[in-house]
Design a protein around this ligand. Structure first.
Ligand code: NAP
Length: 289
């Protein structure tokens, strides 16, 4: 790794908690491979210190910050400029400290999600998709699916009004994707769901204290063309994925998305070009151990 010297610039993650985050390992691995003058650290930040933490990082000449739970929405107001996607998804996961001193807020979650579909051989164009959850991650997923030309996205959430709100917000984005919302108890019949191609869990059900639970499980035989995707990467597989695999579907955990959104952020900050697919392959091994 290039030694820390007077040229080294800071990159980092703010959130709470951040202790278990894989991002420092991920970013510092690529920084080392590229031989560039950066280091990436994780900073646990209390809500009342959020603005001070961002201003302080800028004052210290940091190049950028990732933002994670629970601040992706809170930091929107502190940005001088937002990318179109950050505005539409209404969440920032990547802050760039620009040379003129402005703060630019971007969102790479949805790009990481789309890229993970691509590298795993799933093209959403024209496909029918069911997304569980209506929080920040679900917004990114639905936005990404719209950008990729999905035929239909049904958003199912415990609180139906949140799913409705998500759909109403994203309907304002140009695109030909049909959007619909429902509560978890208003899902279409098994016969209808058999016709869906992609099922995404964008809720925390299956991880942490909710480990061993699933937001929903298919009660029909699936085909090998149907993909069940869980944004959770620990554990992998989750109950959601295990039951789908048992029914014959293809499955994908959240590690690829995590890695690919991180690589997108790193490219934005460092303006370095590197091959995402081969870097992903190497990082899978590094982060899974
Ligand atoms: P969030 O904004 O807090 O949203 C959570 C969503 O899950 C809400 O729609 C909530 O429904 C629903 N939910 C929570 N507890 C539930 C329960 N017990 N039963 C049913 N629904 C429940 O969280 P987020 O940022 O969207 O993150 C969601 C998940 O995605 C997390 O597990 C996170 O780690 C993961 N994630 C992964 C990546 C990746 O790169 N792999 C990136 C981002 C997020 P209500 O509206 O009813 O509260």
């Amino acid at each position: 790794m290039v030694e820390i010297d007077g040229r080294t610039r800071l990159l980092g993650l703010i959130g709470n908690p951040v202790r278990g985050s894989l991002s420092p390992k991920l970013h510092n691995y690529v920084i080392k491979k590229l031989g560039i003058h950066y280091r990436y650290l994780a900073f646990p930040v209390e809500r009342e210190d959020l603005c001070a933490a961002i201003d302080g990082a800028g004052a210290l000449g940091a190049r950028g910050l990732n933002v994670t739970v629970p601040y992706k929405v809170d930091v929107l107001a502190s940005m001088d400029r937002l990318s179109e996607s950050a505005r539409n998804v209404a969440a920032v996961n990547t802050i760039v400290f620009e040379d003129g001193g402005d703060l630019f807020g971007d969102n790479t979650d949805w790009r990481g999600f789309l890229k993970s579909l691509e590298v795993n051989g799933f093209d959403p164009e024209g496909r029918r998709c069911l997304v569980f959850g209506a929080g920040g991650a679900a917004r990114g997923v639905v936005y990404g699916l719209m950008k990729a030309g999905a035929g239909k996205v049904l958003v199912a959430n415990r609180t139906p009004s949140a799913a409705r709100g998500l759909v109403e917000d994203l309907e304002k984005v140009d695109g030909g994707t049909e959007l619909e919302s429902t509560g978890l108890d208003g899902l279409p019949s098994a016969t209808t769901l058999k016709g869906y191609d992609l099922f995404v869990n964008a809720t925390p059900l299956g991880s942490g204290e909710l480990q061993g639970k699933a937001v929903w499980e298919p009660d029909f035989e699936c085909s090998g063309d149907q993909l069940f995707y869980d944004l959770i990467y620990d554990p992998d597989p989750t109950k959601f994925l295990r039951s789908a695999e048992h029914r014959g579907a293809k499955t994908l955990g959240g590690l690829d998305m995590l890695i690919l959104q991180g690589l997108k952020s790193l490219k934005i900050w460092t303006k370095q070009e590197f091959d995402e697919k081969s870097t992903l392959n190497r990082l899978r091994g590094v982060l899974e151990t």
